[in-house]
Structures are given as structure tokens and as C-alpha cells.
Design a protein. Structure first.
Length: 378
């Protein structure tokens, strides 16, 4: 029994870690997601991350079982198997959905970069957006190996920085946080129903990771390991979102008006007593922005590579052009503002994921297998 447990853990943990690395990005480090989806609802802001990540984890766990059953460890093959006879119609729609998802994520990164460089260095927002775009393009131009290495290193340092920030920021107002939880404080103007709907939409917006994670699920051999992927993904990601929310919640309602609330919390409340905390935040935030922007550009460049003329042999040239096009779109969208991108962009992705991903993964294929007499569980 113990041997089976550790064998399952060895298979499931690396997959869950890939998703965790993608989730723990600048939106979490900055508190941007927290002030939109969680913190406005008081004590419920600690519960809603679990609701959001539970939905995402179920889809990811069941999606791993589809990859296992069909031996589909590549995006295009996965979508063909997922949609079956309807793949010719639905796969192109899914491809458009994935590109929109990457543009939403990239636009959020650029919008945060613009505000971050403005607040920190006084650099105009457009210039800050261009600087971050250039950094991401340069990293991608050096190819797959550098992207994977840089992302791995940055993720480790970024997570460590997030933990240090969280401990110091939360401890500064521990009494206020305890009062919120003990009295289950919820602002009068807050709609718990609206908060729950938003959390559900955020969770569904992560459904696309069921496809992207298939590329690292080759070692998944049984349904128990698929279940473990879902459980570990839920635990790791929900705890990270809760941590991000706890950093902001004791400083509300003032923090809700800030685009990057954690930065302003440090400057307004902590920098005098802990001057080095500002440096930790700057390093962590820059790494978070890069570690989020680089993989998204890399994924877009891989998809766009096939549309270029065959006579273009240089991959460097293709990636450079893809990077310029991608970030040009992201910069334009970023002018909408970070809050609107997070609120409306991710909500759209969540609702669109219901028919495209959640229904076929969690309902249609389980029903088909059951009718065929195949036991299905995740």
C-alpha cells in the first residue's frame, strides 16, 4: 500500500507542479487576482480559491485520464481524440480559443509590467510594456532549452519570494486577519453569489491546462495517478491563491483600489520597518512577469510557425516575428486596463471552456465509456 502511494506520488507530483508553476505568476504575486475575485468578499475570499481550483483540478484530473486512455501526449492529437468525428469542426475552434487564452494571459502580463515599471522606476507605461515584451522575445529566441531552464529556475526563486512576502505582509496585520475570520466579516455591499460565480468562471478558465499538461503525462498509467494529479493540483494551487488573498485581505478596502496592491502595501505599511522587503518584491515580481510571459510567447510561436512560408528556414526569424506580432496585440489589449482584462477576459475564457472542454472531458467521454461497458473513474 505504501509503495503504491509513493509510486503514484512520483508520477503525479511533476505534472501538478507544471500547472502550479503556471498558476503562480504575476497576477498572484501582485495580488491582482485577489482584489478581483476573492478579497472583495471578506472571509469568503479564503473559501472561493478552493472552489475555483477544485473545478479546475477535476477537469485536469479527468483530462489526464483522457490522455492516458488515448495515449494522446501532443496537443493536436489530444484535441482530435477529444472531439472524435467532430474534430474537423471543433479543433479549429479550440485552437482559436487557446490563442485567445494566450492573448488574455499575455495582455495581463503586459498591463502589470506597464504599471509596475511606472510605479517603481517612473518609466511611462508604454515603454514599460515594450521593455517586458523585448525581454520575453529575447529569451524565446534562444530556443526551447533556455526557456525550460529559465522557467524552472525563475519558478523556484519566485515561489520562495512569494512565501517570504506573504509571511511578512500577513504578520504585519495578523490581528486584523484574525478578526475577519473569527467574526466571518463580509462587506455589506458584497454579493456572495456573485463571488461564487466569479470563482467558478476563474476555475473553468484553467480548463485549457488539461490539454497543455498532456505533454508531460506520458508516465501516467492508471486512474489512481490521474486522481492524484487532480488532488495535488487542487491542494497546491488553492493554497497559493489563499496565500495571495491573505496578503491583501487585512488591508481592504483600501487595497481594492490599487492595480498592484501588494506593491503599495509594502510601500505604505512595511518599507520603513523592513526596507529590504521592497527589493525581494521587485525581484520576485520581475521573475513572475518573465516566467509567465515567456512560456506563453513560446506556445504562440510554436503554433504560428506552421503558417510561415516554407522557404523561411530560420527558426530565429520566425520566432522574432511571432514575438513582435504577439506582443503588439497584447500591448493593444493591455490599454483596456488590468482589472478589465482579469475580470472580463478570464470570465469569458471560463464560460467558453464549458462546451469546449469541461463538457466533453467530464461528461461526454465518461458517459460514452460507461455505455461501452468500460468502468470510468478519475
Amino acid at each position: 500500500m505504501e509503495k503504491n502511494f509513493f509510486t503514484t506520488l512520483r508520477v503525479a507530483f511533476p505534472v501538478a507542479s507544471v500547472w502550479f508553476g503556471a498558476v503562480v505568476g504575476p497576477s498572484m504575486v501582485s495580488g491582482a487576482f485577489a482584489i478581483v475575485y476573492f478579497a472583495p468578499y471578506g472571509a469568503w475570499g479564503v473559501i472561493f480559491p478552493m472552489l475555483a481550483m477544485a473545478i479546475a483540478a477535476v477537469v485536469i484530473g479527468m483530462g489526464a485520464n483522457i490522455a492516458r486512455r488515448f495515449q494522446a501526449y501532443e496537443y493536436n492529437l489530444y484535441s482530435k481524440k477529444l472531439y472524435g468525428r467532430f474534430a474537423k469542426i471543433l479543433s479549429p475552434i479550440l485552437e482559436i480559443y487557446m490563442l485567445i487564452a494566450m492573448c488574455v494571459g499575455g495582455s495581463a502580463v503586459i498591463a502589470m509590467s506597464a504599471v509596475f515599471f511606472l510605479d517603481l522606476f517612473g518609466i511611462p507605461e508604454f515603454a514599460g510594456a515594450v521593455i517586458m515584451s523585448a525581454i520575453c522575445i529575447v529569451l524565446v529566441l534562444w530556443g526551447d532549452v533556455l526557456v525550460r531552464y529559465a522557467s524552472s529556475v525563475m519558478s523556484v526563486v519566485m515561489i520562495a519570494g512569494l512565501v517570504v512576502l506573504a509571511v511578512l505582509i500577513i504578520s504585519q496585520r495578523g490581528a486584523a486577519m484574525a478578526d475577519i475570520m473569527e467574526n466571518w466579516y463580509v462587506p455589506e455591499e458584497a454579493s456572495v453569489k456573485a463571488g461564487a460565480v466569479g470563482a467558478i468562471a476563474l476555475g473553468l478558465s484553467n480548463c485549457c491546462n488539461a490539454l497543455t499538461l498532456s505533454s508531460v503525462e506520458q508516465k501516467v498509467k492508471n486512474k489512481r495517478e490521474c486522481a492524484a494529479i487532480g488532488v495535488l493540483s487542487f491542494i497546491m494551487s488553492s493554497m497559493a491563491f489563499i496565500l495571495s488573498t491573505l496578503m491583501v485581505l487585512p488591508y481592504c478596502p483600501e487595497a481594492l483600489t490599487d492595480t498592484i496592491p501588494v506593491l503599495n502595501i509594502i510601500k505604505d505599511y512595511l518599507i520603513e520597518n523592513v526596507p529590504w522587503l521592497h527589493t525581494i518584491y521587485v525581484v520576485t515580481m520581475i521573475l513572475a512577469l518573465i516566467s509567465s510571459g515567456v512560456p506563453q510567447l513560446h506556445a504562440v510561436a510554436s503554433r504560428l510557425e506552421k503558417i510561415y512560408p516554407r522557404k523561411w528556414k530560420s527558426k530565429l526569424r520566425k520566432n522574432a516575428l511571432s514575438g513582435v506580432l504577439y506582443f503588439a496585440v497584447c500591448i493593444v489589449v493591455s490599454f483596456l486596463g488590468l482589472e478589465k482584462i482579469i475580470n472580463y477576459g478570464y470570465s469569458f475564457l471560463g464560460y467558453a471552456a464549458i462546451p469546449l472542454l469541461a463538457v466533453p472531458i467530464c461528461i461526454l467521454w465518461p458517459v460514452i465509456w460507461k455505455k461501452k461497458g468500460t468502468k470510468y473513474s478519475v
